[in-house]
Design a protein around this ligand. Sequence first.
Ligand code: ZN
Ligand code: ZN
Length: 236
Amino acid sequence: MVNAAVSDDIASGLGISRRITPTFGYYRQSNGWITISPNTRLERLKYTEQGWTYLEQYGAFDMTTYTASHPFDGLFMFGGAKEMPVAQVIETGLYIDPPLVPRCKQHLTQYHRSHGRECWAGAVRVEFPQLEGVAKELIGPFVCDFCKRKMPTVDAREQHQSVAHARTLGNVQLGQTLGDTLAGALGRHVPEAGGLTNIQARRLAELEAKEEARRAKGRENAKKYPRKAKKNLVAS
Ligand SMILES: [Zn+2]
Ligand SMILES: [Zn+2]
C-alpha cells in the first residue's frame, strides 16, 4: 500500500481545496454522556441550543462502518476516556472488557481510511481513571445465574434474567423453589445451602429476597387493583 500512502501524503500536502471536512465529532450531552454526532455548523448550533457541548479537542472524523461499531475509539485514542461520566462507563459495560485503542493517533478520514496492522501494534486497553473510588459493589461484571453472560450492572442482570430466562424464573412462580431452579441452572443438585459456594449462596439469598418482594408487591397490587371480571373478547 505504498502508493496509497504516498498519494495520501500528496493529498494532505496539496491541502485545503481537496480536503473533505470530516463530518462527525464528539459531544457531551446535557446528561453528561458522551456521544458522536454530526458536527457541521448547523448541527453544532442545533445541539448547542439543546444543551450539548462540542468536544472540539478530540477532533473530527468520517462515519464508517468501523466508526459505527467502535464509536469511542477516536475519543480514547486522544486521551478522552476521562470525559465519560462514571454512569456511562458502567452502564454501557465499557469497563468489562475495555477496548484496545489503536496507536496511530489518526482519526478515520479521507487520509486514513482504516486502521491497519501498524495502527494496532502495541495497542493497550483503554483505562478509565474515573472508576477509582467508585464503590466496589457497583463494579461487575454481574454474571447471569443461568447462562453466565456478563452484565454491566445489577439492574441489567435482573432485566436480562427476567427476559431471557422468563421460563426458568416462571417455574419459580409455579412453586418450584429457587434453590431447585438455581441448582438446575448450575447443573447439579444442591440439597441445601451448605452445598453452595459463598457467592452462590449470597446470590440465592438476593434472588429469594427479590422474589419475596415481588410476591409482596403482587399481593399489594391485587388489593389495590382487584381483578376485573374477564370480558368476553371473542364474538361468537
Ligand atoms: Zn490508524
Ligand atoms: Zn442469562
